[in-house]
Design a protein. Sequence first.
Length: 64
Amino acid sequence: MPVITIDSPKISKEQKKELVKKFAQSASEVLGLPVSAMVVIIREVDAENVGVGDVLLCDFKPPE
């Protein structure tokens, strides 16, 4: 049973439904397994708990 894990910022229930549906369908096609065999886990991660390089994502400023 394949497990797909998605780390994301807070998202709505509708966005979660769409992500689960699309990831499960794509993985099903690629792996040749039924959609019902896919497990999708969404972990919501606050920006202060993620580092990009040596900076917290909440403090990250992209180059101009």
